[in-house]
Design a protein around this ligand. Structure first.
Ligand code: PMT
Length: 312
């Protein structure tokens, strides 16, 4: 008897590709091919939350809390560490470099005179530093955006597959906040749900865990780092270890919703003890971001992984 397709395959069969998919995949392929020739390390960073539409002509959707802080900050540190970065992010979530300006009004920063525009004295240094960094690194940064869960998973699959050509030079850093529940297209109403129908009951299906095919089929030689998000501190270490045992990838970074900006734990298969990264009071005073320490740590781990692959 023929074997049934695994649930992750069925997901792709029943959810159409996003718009501009082929153009985006071509851009990703070009980056990977050029990096493979030059033996550059490439980091795929996923960032921000995925939406789950309730209607095919979507008026309403389910979303989550993620602003993309982890992903956008990490992208800057991976660029500074010498990686080419593919930044797969939720549209309109935080982006590297421009994230520093969020919440401020650009018109407060410029002085418009009759014949020219200039940056206000107060902002010259800050904007100058950011602009210089952005201009320096932008040729090493490919930004691709998504909105829905299905868009994200299509692009994740395609990017991981294109990164296969890089072997152990590829690092996947899965920081996006990915929905675990969704409504399959076939069960979604075509048009706006009418309130005249009374209170709304929703039934959501489980999203297949994509880490399984990602690690075994899409990018089997890449260095894969996933995040485990919990709100209950007592579950964090166990859940992070379970994830590593289940998917056999390289590192799971456990974080709690409430403390994610100051504390993470890293779990790998070489040690039964989790490694902790915690910002100190002086780190906080000096504006150190936890992502700089995470990326420093991963850079070393990835170097060792690459060296073992070459000799192994
Ligand atoms: O953006 P910020 O506000 O800075 O927040 C950062 C963050 C808390 C979102 C980030 O640090 C984080 O924890 N991201 C992962 C959130 C998440 O999806 O956790 P999870 O425990 O539900 O999933 C664990 C892993 O399984 C994730 O790496 C995810 O990519 C993967 N997954 C999830 C669902 C799914 N269907 N397939 C998957 O493979």
């Amino acid at each position: 008897m023929a074997q049934e397709d695994p649930s992750w395959k069925l997901f792709f069969e029943e959810n159409p590709k996003p718009t501009h998919f082929d153009e985006n995949v071509k851009l990703i392929q070009d980056v990977c091919q050029q990096a493979a020739v030059k033996k550059n390390r490439v980091a795929l960073i996923t960032s921000g939350g995925t939406t789950v539409p309730l209607e095919q002509n979507t008026v309403r959707f389910i979303d989550n809390f993620s602003a993309g802080t982890r992903g956008s900050a990490s992208a800057e540190y991976f660029l500074e560490a010498g990686y080419l970065v593919i930044f797969l992010h939720r549209s309109k979530s935080l982006e590297p470099y421009s994230r520093h300006l969020i919440g401020r009004n650009i018109f407060d920063m410029i002085e418009a005179l009759p014949d020219h525009i200039t940056v206000g004295d107060k902002y010259k240094i800050e904007l100058g530093v950011l602009a210089e960094k952005y201009q320096h690194y932008k040729c090493n940064l490919l930004m691709i955006s998504f909105n829905t869960l299905a868009d994200y998973l299509w692009l994740l699959q395609a990017t991981a597959q294109k990164m296969q050509i890089l072997g152990p030079l590829a690092l996947l850093y899965l920081a996006a906040a990915v929905s675990d529940f969704y409504i399959p297209t076939s069960q979604m109403p075509c048009h706006k749900i009418q309130s005249s129908g009374g209170p709304l009951s929703l039934s959501l299906e489980l999203v297949p865990k994509m880490l399984a095919p990602l690690v075994t089929l899409w990018a089997p030689n890449a260095f894969v780092v996933s995040f485990k998000l919990e709100t209950n501190e007592t579950l964090l270490e166990t859940k992070s270890k379970e994830s590593l045992l289940k998917y056999h990838h390289n590192v799971v970074i456990g974080n709690l919703l409430s403390s994610r900006k100051v504390y993470v734990m890293l779990v790998d298969s070489t040690s039964s003890n989790a490694e902790e990264i915690r910002l100190s009071a002086s780190d906080l005073e000096n504006g150190v971001e936890i992502e700089s320490k995470i990326v420093d740590n991963l850079k070393i781990r990835h170097e060792q992984y690459y060296a073992n692959h070459k000799t192994g």
